[in-house]
Ligand binder design. Structure first.
Ligand code: FES
Length: 213
């Protein structure tokens, strides 16, 4: 296994070939905000919160899907990156219905933590207040589309770890949403093993355990 040396925020670090920039930064003790990334499942570079600046590239790159290579010079926290991250978080909040005060994940929510981390004390974008449904057809869990940020962690963990492939992404544009089975009520999808892995990796309150009746 080869080794490459790169510089992140002024610190030289040597990592194994094939390591992502995100993992290299973590090895250097640096925190880059993430949302769609989750250890143990594939990286898809969907949320763009982990963007970094790489010398020689005009556009910011997603650290979770960019491989560390010899000689890279990387900045993880410039004013430009801070502005991008704040805007991404504002778009996530305004695109759905994230009413923290009545959310099961309040106080244990990665979106909430990100809002704090990027300094989002209000949204500069208008709220869209979309009409979205809640699926309570499963005997143990629920899905609230209002709180889904389409990170696809549930899709990947169900596919790659549990091997059940209950979840997928359906529709397009503003109608894009997570679907169970062939866009069925979750409780009717026979391949669901009731393992709860999707609920565990959900960063918000979109997938949640139901209480005792
Ligand atoms: Fe890298 Fe989402 S964590 S794009």
């Amino acid at each position: 296994m080869g080794v490459c040396t790169l510089r992140i925020d002024g610190t030289d670090i040597a990592v194994a070939t094939g390591t992502t920039v995100l993992a290299a930064a973590r090895q250097a003790g640096l925190r880059i905000p993430t949302l769609c990334q989750h250890d143990g499942i594939s990286a898809v570079g969907a949320c763009r919160l982990c963007v970094v600046e790489i010398e020689g590239h005009d556009r910011p790159m997603a650290a979770c899907v960019t491989q560390a290579t010899e000689g890279l010079q990387i900045r993880t926290n410039s004013p430009r990156l801070q502005e991008i991250r704040r805007t991404v978080v504002e778009m996530l909040f305004t695109e759905g219905n994230h009413v923290c005060a009545v959310c099961i994940a309040n106080g244990d929510c990665e979106l909430q933590d990100l809002a704090v981390a990027v300094g989002m004390d209000h949204s500069r974008l208008p709220y869209r207040f979309p009409q979205r449904s809640v699926d309570l057809s499963h005997p143990r869990f629920g899905l609230d589309h209002n709180r889904c940020v389409l990170c696809t962690r549930c899709v990947r963990v169900c596919d790659e770890v549990e091997g059940a492939h209950v979840w997928d992404v359906g529709w397009r544009g503003e109608h894009c949403r997570i679907i169970a089975g062939l866009d069925q009520p979750w409780g009717e999808v026979e391949s669901c093993t009731h393992c709860g892995k999707c609920v565990q990796v959900c960063p918000t309150g979109a997938l949640f355990p139901q209480g005792e009746p």
